[in-house]
Design a protein around this ligand. Structure first.
Ligand SMILES: NC(=O)c1ccc[n+]([C@@H]2O[C@H](COP(=O)([O-])OP(=O)(O)OC[C@H]3O[C@@H](n4cnc5c(N)ncnc54)[C@H](O)[C@@H]3O)[C@@H](O)[C@H]2O)c1
Ligand SMILES: O=c1ccn([C@@H]2O[C@H](COP(=O)(O)OP(=O)(O)O[C@H]3O[C@H](CO)[C@@H](O)[C@H](O)[C@H]3O)[C@@H](O)[C@H]2O)c(=O)[nH]1
Length: 442
């Protein structure tokens, strides 16, 4: 059993702290956010993540997991201190290390004996050295630095954390390596031992590679539309080549979330600072931006104009299984629809509160999918929620003013949509036109 303090109780701190507790360690998760800690202490989850609440409750009941705003005390009682604070995108695109610096200073001020300081936040290469320097400014007590990046996906965070595909442990200290490797034994046998700098870069390389796959297939989808080909078949066929792999080849409205957009932008800066012009990642980011705009263009082409039209936007979260709307396509697209004169009815099963906080009242919100669709001129699908996949299409046709669907997640069969009489525009697949709608729209 190890005593672990996790600084930052956001998505990553909360999930990884809970999983460390579940594997038998004594974990205290701390945060500067009073509300979050009060909520957690009462057993209320600040985020929507399947399976998290049960695991948090179980581990708090069994006294392996606790929450506090008393960060100095948590640090002084721990053998291992994890930094899991946010590293948001600065206006210039690079990672903002403000919270990491603050956490490092607090650690330095409260070090009362040898401890292992581990970075779980996604941080630019060189941050391990920066953390070390900040702590040294505060104390002469020895410590070791480890980079142990996190690879969990929102919506499947518990599963990813309990069954890691690998753990990356970057450190110059063999003692620290042994301890952190032991901590990960319950989760994976695949441990990559490396330096702090290499571990820091591995995290960005992983996210950039996955983002590249998505932008690549979105570019292929856009070619498919011009040459009457079907991107879903292209994905299926190239994905069967084990050198390529079938995952992250779903064309759509582009990638969002708290990681890919910010981490690709940060990697561009890391490369630039190292004197390298990373053209590929720049293109990946640009393709992603235009992919979102394409959804607005498709709607406009289907309806003739958006002015005065009512659009049901189905899905606000950046992907299913989460209420996270950070950099979600919907948050970019809805303001553009409104700017073009459309009224928006926004549907999401769990992310409405988060969307309201960031978007304000640019649209009307509902968690009833049919209420969102009733009387609208078109539906725009942006999140592949099960509730959207399972929708009764005949009912949709009956209650909407015009049977028009722009599908940014390729959820439905082309032929079925043709037979139902929809105008159906998806991504990288043949368009289906209900002729009467086109003539009305024009
Ligand atoms: N969200 C993900 O799916 C995911 C996955 C892998 C890696 N990451 C990386 O992990 C890091 C954290 O991400 P997140 O989504 O959990 O962030 P978040 O913004 O949701 O949470 C960060 C938390 O840290 C707290 N905090 C900030 N400064 C603090 C301080 N000085 N002391 C104590 N608490 C402090 C904040 O109040 C907040 O609750 C980021 O670097 C992110 O890139 C995120
Ligand atoms: O084929 C695909 C796969 C994903 N997406 C989109 O890509 C985004 C990101 O999806 P996903 O990777 O599942 O979500 P995240 O929870 O952001 O997880 C990513 O970012 C995390 C934070 O760094 C990492 O830890 C994870 O390994 C990495 O997958 C979402 O908008 C998806 O809709 C696609 O458009 N097509």
């Amino acid at each position: 059993m190890k005593k672990i303090a996790v600084i930052g109780t956001g998505y990553v701190g909360l999930v990884s702290g809970t999983c460390f507790a579940e594997s038998g360690n004594n974990v205290i998760c701390c945060d500067v956010d009073d509300n979050k800690i009060t909520q957690l202490s009462k057993g209320e989850m600040p985020i929507y993540e399947p399976g998290l609440e049960e695991l948090v409750m179980k581990n708090t009941r069994e006294n392996r997991l606790a929450f506090t705003t008393n960060i100095p005390q948590a640090i002084s009682q721990a053998d291992i201190v994890y930094i899991a604070v946010g590293t948001p995108m600065a206006v210039t695109g690079e990672a903002d290390l403000m919270y990491v610096r603050q956490a490092a200073k607090t650690i330095g001020q409260n070090l009362n004996g040898y401890k292992i300081i581990v970075t779980k936040s996604t941080v630019p290469v060189g941050t391990g050295k920066l953390i070390s320097a900040i702590i040294r400014e505060q104390t002469k007590i020895p410590f070791d630095i480890v980079s142990n990046p996190e690879f969990l996906r929102e919506g499947r965070a518990i599963e990813d954390s309990m069954n890691m595909e690998r753990a990356v442990i970057g450190t110059a200290s063999s003692k620290a390596f042994e301890l952190i490797a032991e901590l990960h034994k319950p989760f994976t046998s695949k441990i990559v031992k490396t330096t702090v700098e290499t571990a820091e870069l591995i995290k960005y390389a992983a996210n950039a590679f996955l983002s590249t796959k998505i932008s690549f297939i979105n570019d292929i989808a856009n070619i498919c539309e011009r040459v009457d080909a079907d991107v879903t078949k292209v994905s299926e066929a190239i994905g069967l080549d084990s050198r390529i792999g079938g995952q992250f080849l779903q064309a759509g409205a582009g990638f969002g979330g708290s990681c890919f957009p910010k981490d690709t932008a940060a990697l561009l800066h890391i490369a630039k600072d190292a004197g390298y012009d990373f053209k590929l990642i720049q293109a990946v980011m640009e393709t992603n931006e235009t992919q979102r705009l394409l959804m607005v263009e498709k709607l406009t082409s289907a309806l003739g104009t958006l002015k005065g039209k009512t659009i049901a936007v189905l899905g606000l979260a950046f992907k299913p299984g989460t209420d996270d709307v950070r950099s979600s396509p919907a948050l970019d697209i809805i303001p553009q629809l409104v700017d073009r004169g459309a009224n928006v009815m926004a549907y999401d099963p769990v992310a409405i509160e988060e969307a309201k906080r960031r978007l304000g009242y640019k649209c009307t919100y509902t968690d009833d999918i049919y209420q969102a669709i009733e009387g609208t001129n078109a539906c725009l699908i942006l999140t592949d929620w099960e509730e959207v996949k399972q929708i009764d299409l005949a009912k949709v046709k009956g209650i909407s003013r015009q049977p028009v669907i722009v599908d940014g997640r390729n959820l439905f069969e082309i032929e079925a949509m043709r037979q139902l009489g929809f105008t159906y525009l998806s991504v990288g697949r043949p368009a289906v036109h209900n002729k009467s709608i086109i003539s009305k729209a024009i």
